[in-house]
Ligand binder design. Structure first.
Ligand code: ADP
Length: 600
């Protein structure tokens, strides 16, 4: 289990969220606090001050008009208060809460965009990230709730204390005998509750994963085909449920004992008995307390207790919330480990690319690339081939600067790619990955990968890129041509593309942008052999003057490359043209023979 935050850390998290909320919605936050405080002041005025005033007037045989005035003022106050509360509840709250949700989410998503891809390989970080993103709305909800409680009830408690001190100092002292014991017990109870919550966290995450597997469409088809996997997921889901129940049972006993002790020691009945006895003694024996004083003192003590209980409850909520805010902040403070200080602009057009003694590992002690060297001259087409897991995709990720090598360097246009502005460099490289995504947007936007200008030229270029990628627009499903929405996520009329069609859209993205370096990781894996053959011819034609790196495990698609690099266990083991490599009769030739046999 993770260590719980200290009191100071809990306070720091509240301060952070206070600054955040006041910065994003200052007017709303001020109104929120005003309403919380106003509610407690009106309760005090109505049930303590007015009762005391009226009873005093009655006891002293005073003028009834005074009572009428007092009641009239109270009614006007309550009416005004009802109006301001209605504005807050019906108008402000529903409008402004989503603004705060959105602000916090955007902060996290903005950060997520900046994060190194390497962060996602860090299991602990990834878990924290999922937790933080899943809790943003609740963090704001809890914060508003306990701010309401703490601010309002604090004013309520102070007003009861001060009034009690003024009218009955002895009762004031009595409150100080009762409160500390109660506060100690409740704080202990709170700590245990938060501890239980933290211990449940990992299991709750597993349970949440189980939930996702059972309700998300992504898994639905496969789980029907592999019922054993479904059973395994179900077993894991049930195991996490069992763990959660076990923790609930463990803490349930302790919490029950603490609660019972608190109730037994400080139950309302015992306390009420003591309070009434002391107050009646003051009134009847000592004759230092009037009837009005008795009722008001009793009301003050009761309200003080209620307020203190609420404040403690609010603190408990704050402690729990702090655990989430702490994680969100850790995420927001996480800096990039990649060196992003490079400021150079990438020169226009194609350039040469050199990979020099590059090594890389995702996890410490597990090298994935070792001393990789390759050189691609301007306009050359090279192929990276090798069996699955040999490190081809990893090398591509390094070439795209999604990760930095742990040793060695990559040079483009003669300069270390770290010297270039990172986003400018990434934009200058066209890439088609195996795991590209189609977005819930129009076909055109999926090619542009940007907000459209809407110009005719833009439409023409998008259509041309799609045409060159062999994506045919005549299909009757594409009723709106390039404006056809893709995926049925939000649009009933949306079109779900087949794997091959989607891959052509991904290729069209690269063809649309005029980048000098193109990297294709298995770009034709989802195409049928004829479509693949045509596409390769086309790509060679279109990318005539570009530097191209092509990855494929189908050697028939890479045989025309100017140079083929064969990778094995993170190293380049052979390099040369197709003919040279066949003559060498090494690993490439062996792989070629196997594939030729397979496809013969
Ligand atoms: P290829 O593209 O040749 O199939 P990859 O570059 O995808 O090979 O993978 C090379 C090795 O790196 C494999 O052993 C794979 O398990 C490992 N690997 C790939 N991605 C990650 C990752 N994000 N975290 C840890 N290991 C990874």
């Amino acid at each position: 289990m993770e260590k719980m935050l200290t009191g100071r850390q809990v306070l720091e998290q509240q301060w952070y969220l206070t600054k955040f909320c006041f910065k994003k919605a200052p007017g709303f936050m001020a109104y929120h606090l005003f309403e919380s405080v106003k509610l407690q002041i009106s309760i005090f005025m109505e049930f303590t001050w007015t009762v005391n005033y009226v009873l005093n007037v009655v006891e002293q045989g005073g003028d009834f008009r005074k009572v009428l005035w007092c009641m009239g003022l109270l009614m006007v106050g309550i009416a005004l208060s009802t109006v301001t509360f209605a504005i807050y509840k019906q108008y402000m709250l529903p409008r402004m809460k989503p603004v705060l949700y959105q602000a916090l989410r955007m902060e996290i998503y903005g950060k997520a965009r900046e994060l190194d891809l390497a962060c996602y390989d860090d299991k602990d970080f990834y878990e924290q990230f999922i937790l933080a993103t899943g809790e943003t709305d609740q963090c704001i909800d809890r914060y508003l709730e306990y701010m309401d409680v703490v601010a309002g009830r604090f004013v309520g408690a102070i007003s009861s204390l001060v009034f009690c001190l003024l009218i009955n100092p002895a009762a004031f002292l009595m409150m100080f005998l009762i409160l500390p014991a109660e506060i100690c017990l409740v704080i202990k109870e709170n700590r245990k509750t938060v501890e239980a919550r933290m211990e449940r966290l990992t299991h709750e995450q597993k349970r949440e994963y189980g939930n996702r597997v059972f309700y998300l469409a992504d898994y639905a088809g496969e789980l029907r085909l592999y019922p054993e996997m479904k059973q395994k997921c179900r077993a894991d889901y049930e195991a996490s449920n069992e763990q959660i129940q076990e923790i609930n049972r463990k803490y349930g006993k302790r919490l029950f004992m603490l609660g019972a002790l608190r109730d037994a020691l400080l139950s309302w009945t015992v306390l009420e008995g003591i309070v009434w006895t002391v107050l009646l003694y003051q009134m009847l024996v000592l004759q230092t307390l009037s009837g009005a004083g008795l009722i008001t003192s009793r009301s003050c003590i009761r309200r003080l207790r209620q307020n203190m209980e609420s404040i403690i409850g609010g603190c408990r909520m704050a402690a729990e919330n702090a655990e989430y805010i702490y994680r969100i902040r850790a995420l927001l403070q996480r800096g990039s480990v990649m060196d992003c200080s490079g400021q150079e602009k990438v020169p226009a057009g194609s350039g040469s690319l050199q990979v020099e003694h590059v090594a890389f590992s995702y996890l410490p002690g597990k090298p994935v690339l070792r001393d990789v060297n390759l050189r691609v001259h301007t306009g050359q087409k090279i192929a990276l081939v090798g069996y699955n897991g040999s490190g081809k995709t990893t090398l591509v990720k390094l070439l795209l600067r999604l990760y930095d090598p742990s040793a060695g360097s990559i040079r483009y246009h003669g300069r270390d790619i770290k010297d270039y502005q990172v986003n400018d460099y990434r934009r200058s490289v066209g890439s088609v990955f195996q795991d590209f995504k189609i977005y819930a947007a129009t076909l055109k936007e999926n090619v542009l990968m940007d907000v459209e200008e809407g110009s005719r030229e833009e439409n023409y270029l998008v259509e041309k890129a799609l045409y060159n990628a062999h994506f045919t627009l005549e299909d009757r499903r594409l009723a709106y041509q390039i404006q056809t929405p893709l995926t049925t996520e939000f649009e009933k009329e949306g079109v779900n593309l087949s794997g091959g069609e989607a891959q052509k859209v991904a290729i069209a993205r690269t063809l649309y942008r005029k980048q000098g370096l193109i990297i294709m990781d298995e770009p034709s894996s989802a195409l049928d052999p004829l479509a693949e053959y045509r596409l390769n011819q086309e790509l060679n034609q279109i990318a005539k003057d570009k530097t191209v790196i092509f990855i494929s495990h189908r050697l028939s698609t890479t045989r025309d490359a100017d140079c083929i690099y064969m990778m094995e266990e993170g190293q380049i083991v052979e390099a040369g043209t197709h003919e040279e490599l066949l003559q060498r009769e090494g690993k490439y030739a062996a792989m070629w023979k196997i594939q030729a046999g397979l496809y013969a």
